[in-house]
Design a protein. Structure first.
Lengths: 191, 366
């Protein structure tokens, strides 16, 4: 209430005396003027950007092989991170009461609630958020590891197939050689 | 009384490392005994510039430990064990949401860094806090640090190239061919939004200047975000986008000399030193107004409040075609660069530390 009254008083005084310091029309800088001109030019020419936006987390760009659970953790970690980012900022605001005559009740209650949130809930929330982020990291690392193993197994499997094929060829060659040797020996014996 | 600077890592050419070394020089110039201890020291750091944190050292109650804080790590976690006066130089922590999905491990480390800073604010770990921008000061206030112990100084200490340094001649010859060279310097990282630079540049290249080149100087091109940006470049068919990778000082100097425009779309900076470097080389700066960037630019250059690739491309065209306007921008940028004169900023830091050192125990500096 005090803030509202103060604001209206200040506004009133400014109306009487002309422009207050804060209300003065700021002289546009040259850069701002040119920016407006360029925007008008862009609008007149109907220009628009034909370069797609950078979207690394579109459906197509989520790491291949990530399971539904992994995607869920990735999205949740984004949310939790932004939550953590705002939490330390907001609760540092001064405690105010809209009704001055009730402030002797409202302010202590707000202080108590803030203390409860800070000491009981905040550490728990931070712990949960950190764990979720670490889980997301661990999941993506595990996925990468499994992909690598899969690739190695595929390569080894290919090599085994090649070796088996070579063995078959060698067996056939061996058999042919044996038959040739037998035929030669028989020929010698006949001779 | 000694001033012991602590940092996580020292690497030649790194902004925070240069800043720490310059503070050491400034303090020694003022006759103050000082040393740097770092958890890791790269081989390219000059011999004797810093000592390893693992080397045992003792502090006395009258000593001052000055922590250079950007993220966290072992040194930051150990700070409370130093029973002496403690100062913090806060370089700002990137918001973790930028890294989620690209590098969840980094996001977790950042969150831990925030928690650490928050705990310091709660427990009054530091007797004084220095920082280099109002944006950083506001972050400290949001973390809960008391206003009366925070001092906002005019910019970090920066080691800008001197006139005597010679750029790589081959690189200068290669890229001074009349084509427009657009530049951004900074680690390939999600919060620096190199992808947005690529998008605006691609529109400019497609519709205005087909021969333009874009240099994205900085490490990290092989990390997840860097790979995503490269895939994006392939997807949209952008041409002549160059990731030079590791460069020598002379090569970086050469690219600065050849650059026509510095384009910054970063969304989180505690100061953004490359902007001042660009001003030093008379390169007009176009930047997105986020975090500390408007403060760093101080009304000079071209500051945009929206990331419209068409508008950005039109601005690039304006700067390349309107010589008079371009010269005006460069002249104003030169004045702004002088505000961050190294001697002046070093003296500000040294004065702040001396005032704190000479003040009675537990008294805050102004």
């Amino acid at each position: 209430m005090i803030n509202c009254v103060a604001r209206s008083l200040i506004a009133g005084s400014k109306n009487k005396t002309g422009m207050g310091k804060d209300m003065e029309i700021r002289k546009a800088t040259a850069v701002e003027e040119i920016t407006v001109e360029l925007k008008n030019q862009i609008r007149l020419e109907g220009l628009s950007c034909d370069v797609p936006e950078f979207a690394p987390f579109s459906v197509a760009n989520i790491p291949a092989g990530l399971t539904e659970e992994g995607k869920k953790y990735l999205q949740e970690s984004e949310y939790c991170t932004s939550l953590l980012e705002t939490t330390p900022v907001n609760y540092r605001r001064d405690i105010t009461s809209h009704f001055r005559f009730l402030s002797f009740i409202v302010k202590p209650i707000k202080k108590l609630i803030r203390k409860l949130v800070r000491f009981l809930l905040e550490p728990m929330v931070e712990e949960i958020n950190t764990n979720r982020l670490m889980t997301a990291t661990a999941l993506s690392e595990l996925q990468a590891c499994l992909r690598e193993r899969e690739e190695s197994l595929t390569i080894m499997s290919g090599m085994i197939t090649e070796i088996r094929a070579e063995m078959e060829v060698l067996k056939a060659d061996n058999l042919y050689l044996k038959e040739t040797v037998q035929a030669c020996r028989k020929g010698e014996a006949d001779a | 009384m000694r001033v012991i600077q602590l940092c996580e890592s020292m690497s030649y050419g790194d902004g925070m490392s240069n800043h720490t070394l310059l503070i050491k020089e400034g303090l020694r110039g003022a006759g103050i005994d000082t040393e740097i201890y770092s958890d890791s020291i790269q081989k390219n750091v000059p011999e004797g510039a810093a000592k390893l944190y693992s080397d045992k050292f003792k502090v006395r109650p009258e000593d001052i430990v000055l922590l250079q804080f950007g993220l966290g790590g072992r040194v930051a976690r150990d700070i409370e064990r130093f029973k002496c006066r403690r100062m913090l130089y806060f370089h700002n922590i990137t918001s973790p949401h930028f890294f989620t999905g690209f590098n969840n491990k980094a996001a977790v480390e950042i969150i831990q860094g925030y928690r650490l800073a928050h705990r310091w604010a709660e427990t009054g770990t530091f007797d004084a806090v220095l920082t280099c921008s109002s944006f950083n000061r506001d972050t400290l206030l949001e973390l809960g640090f008391p206003r009366d112990i925070i001092t906002s100084l005019p910019g970090p200490l920066m080691l800008l190239p001197s006139e005597s340094q010679i750029p790589d001649a081959k690189m200068v010859a290669k890229y001074s061919d009349g084509r427009t060279n657009v530049l951004f310097v900074g680690r390939i990282s999600p919060h620096k939004k190199q992808a947005d630079i690529v998008r605006a540049f691609t529109y400019y290249q497609r519709h205005i200047d087909r021969g333009a080149r874009l240099f994205l100087i900085g490490g990290g091109s092989d990390e997840p975000y860097g790979r995503a940006v490269k895939e994006y470049i392939a997807q949209i068919g952008a041409e002549n986008v160059i990731f030079p990778g590791h460069l020598t000082d002379e090569e970086v100097l050469a690219l600065y000399k050849c650059a026509d425009i510095f384009l910054c779309m970063s969304e989180h900076e505690g100061f953004c030193q490359p902007i001042i470097e660009a001003m030093h080389f008379d390169i007009p700066v176009i930047a997105y107004a986020a975090a500390a960037i408007p403060e760093t630019m101080g009304g000079t250059g071209v500051l945009l409040r929206e990331k419209d690739p068409v508008l950005i491309a039109k601005w690039m065209e304006k700067l390349m075609c309107d010589d008079a306007f371009r010269e005006d921008i460069i002249a104003k940028q030169r004045e702004r660069e002088h505000f961050f004169d190294q001697k002046r900023t070093t003296q500000c830091v040294v004065d702040a530390i001396e005032r704190f050192a000479n003040a009675p125990w537990k008294t805050k500096i102004s």
